[in-house]
Design a protein around this ligand. Structure first.
Ligand SMILES: Nc1ncnc2c1ncn2[C@@H]1O[C@H](COP(=O)(O)OP(=O)(O)OP(=O)(O)O)[C@@H](O)[C@H]1O
Ligand SMILES: [Mg+2]
Ligand SMILES: [Zn+2]
Length: 526
């Protein structure tokens, strides 16, 4: 007696449909799971046995083989339970087989046969639809995220009994609703919604720092801010999300899928339409920042920030393995997490914002300069952000303390977010139009060689960069970053091509030099 059902296995975010075969044969009573299951899947055997027994039938008193095919794909997680239990019912001829084969089943079972919420329903549903399945059964609480996918009928279930009744066309039992997933304690962050109402004009003075945030928002550039405590670094970073436009549909789905796998998607409004803002604390575990975990592998803050912002406040205080782990996503846009037998890649294309104090005590650039740190201490502190990472950050800004009169005067003049966000939006529109026929949408994504080839600067502007290269003040990679930044400056100012002043501004933004002219007026009110 054999029967099979379908489920989906996830590798990172990419899913593949799998067949779950159950064979009941004569022999000593024993249940085995085969087909590359890990320990989390092996536990399904005991859960399914209890759930089946508590849902109106007996567990076969024979040899039961549960095969997850193809056996070449590693299987992990607890979401195969529903498909396994239904295959047992089908193998016992208790439910019709035909409707099972057109559908995909996802869900973990409690011992009493009720379903539990699971992680990863969104990417699993995407994979099922892509593979040609158009009916999917999921725990009731996961229905809204499955319904984000077009072209699929989603059936929400509360229990195994209900699934059986539904497949038999019988009256469905009324079970209590499926509770949502427990939120992992380690995953706390501010989130962009809570920052939506913070305004750029709250920040007194600090024109150059405010301008740096605006340029970063316009071109998607990474930004590092250094300055003494209490000067407004955190305040500035928290005002970045307010300048960013909504995510496009593809980005929304991609980011929501990462949050789904992490188990942090809200069941009320599963589609993330705003860029995420992740600000993990430096004491958070490396696994919660980079990705990992002791049982199943989960994406960390770096991946949850996909298509949004990763803000590392007090950056040098982070563990060095966390800081070093930044290199890979900055280069490739994804994070690879390895555990004993498993390696998983998650997307991680984020805009990095770093805030640091200049030295361990933080006072060296304060007006009073009471710092007693030695030059060596300062050097070591700075070097915690390694050269290769610092080099990938386009905009560097040193903040200095404002004097009291400056604070008092400046407050009234800063332009509010409501006036600056449209400038950012217009600059981004210029970029999408320029890169219409290309895979890129923002200046920060375009390889330098492509920029030079398709959108060459004029002689004068180019010579500014060449001079710096010749004087060995810039590496070739830095020169590309200057080029991208020059384009963003031009886009913000509405220039069709970066001129020499724009290149000059880009050099100033990268080297934390004073900013001048038209650009500076952008953030100053009248
Ligand atoms: N330029 C400013 N305009 C208005 N308020 C400011 C400014 N700078 C600092 N503040 C005030 O100081 C507080 C501390 O600022 P913030 O937390 O951003 O500093 P920080 O640079 O991140 O300091 P730390 O290095 O200690 O984290 C803010 O909540 C705000 O009230
Ligand atoms: Mg701070
Ligand atoms: Zn110091």
């Amino acid at each position: 007696m054999a029967a099979y059902t379908r489920s989906v296995t996830l590798d990172g975010l990419s899913g593949r449909p799998i067949e779950i075969e159950v064979d009941i044969s004569n022999g000593l009573p024993k249940t085995v799971v085969v087909g590359l299951p890990d320990t989390t899947v092996n536990e399904a055997r005991d859960r399914c046995r209890s759930a089946v027994v508590n849902s109106g039938t007996t567990w076969p008193d024979q040899r039961v083989t549960i095969n997850l095919a193809p056996s070449s794909l590693p299987k992990s997680g607890s979401h195969y339970d529903l498909a396994i239990a239904l295959a047992v019912f089908a193998a016992k001829h208790l439910i019709p087989i035909a409707p099972l084969h057109e559908a995909v089943f996802l869900g973990e079972l409690a011992l009493d046969g009720r379903l539990r919420a699971i992680r990863g329903v969104l990417p699993a549903t995407l994979a099922a639809v892509e593979a040609g399945y158009h009916r999917i059964f999921v725990p009731e609480v996961n229905v809204p995220e499955a319904e984000l996918v077009e072209g699929v009928t989603v059936i929400g279930l509360r229990s195994l009994r209900q699934a059986v009744a539904l497949l038999l066309g019988e009256e469905e039992p009324i079970d209590p609703p499926v509770p949502p997933l427990d939120q992992p304690q380690t995953m706390t962050w501010t989130g962009s919604e809570r920052l939506a109402n913070l305004d750029l004009s709250d920040i007194a003075g600090q024109d150059e720092a405010r301008l740096s945030i605006v340029i970063a928002a316009a071109g998607g550039h990474h930004l590092a801010m250094t300055g003494p405590p209490g000067i407004g670094k955190t305040m500035l970073a928290q005002r970045l999300p307010g300048l960013l436009p909504d995510l496009g549909y593809t980005q929304s789905i991609a980011t929501s899928a990462v949050h789904s796998v992490a188990g942090v998607l809200s069941s009320d409004s599963p589609l993330l339409t705003r860029p995420p803002f992740l600000d993990p604390h430096h004491t958070a575990s490396p696994a919660s920042i980079v990705g990992g975990g002791s049982r199943a592998i989960r994406p960390g803050a770096m991946s949850l920030a996909h298509n949004g912002v990763l803000f590392l406040d007090e950056a040098p205080e982070f563990a060095s393995n966390v800081l070093n782990a930044l290199r890979q996503p900055l280069e490739s846009g994804h994070v690879v997490v390895s555990r004993a037998a498993q390696t998983v890649a998650y997307p991680a294309q984020f805009q990095l914002i770093l805030a640091s104090n200049p030295c361990p005590c933080g006072l060296s650039s304060a007006v009073s300069n009471q710092c007693e740190c030695t030059p060596l201490m300062r050097r070591r502190y700075k070097d915690r952000i390694s050269g290769p990472i610092r080099d990938r950050i386009d905009i560097h800004r040193n903040l200095t303390t404002l004097s009291r009169p400056e604070l008092a005067n400046a407050l009234s003049t800063a332009r509010p977010t409501a006036e600056i966000a449209p400038v950012v939006a217009a600059a981004r529109k210029r970029q999408t139009e320029r890169f219409r026929e290309t895979p890129w949408t923002l200046n920060c994504q375009v390889p330098g060689v492509e920029l030079r080839k398709h959108w060459p600067l004029d002689q004068h502007a180019r010579s500014l960069i060449d001079q710096q290269l010749r004087a060995q003040k810039l590496s070739a990679r830095s020169a590309d970053r200057i080029l991208r930044l020059s384009w963003t400056v031009a886009d913000v100012l509405g220039h069709d091509l970066p001129d020499a002043d724009d290149v000059d501004s880009a050099l100033a933004l990268r080297g934390s030099m004073p900013l001048r002219g038209q650009l500076r007026e952008l953030v100053q009110g009248s």
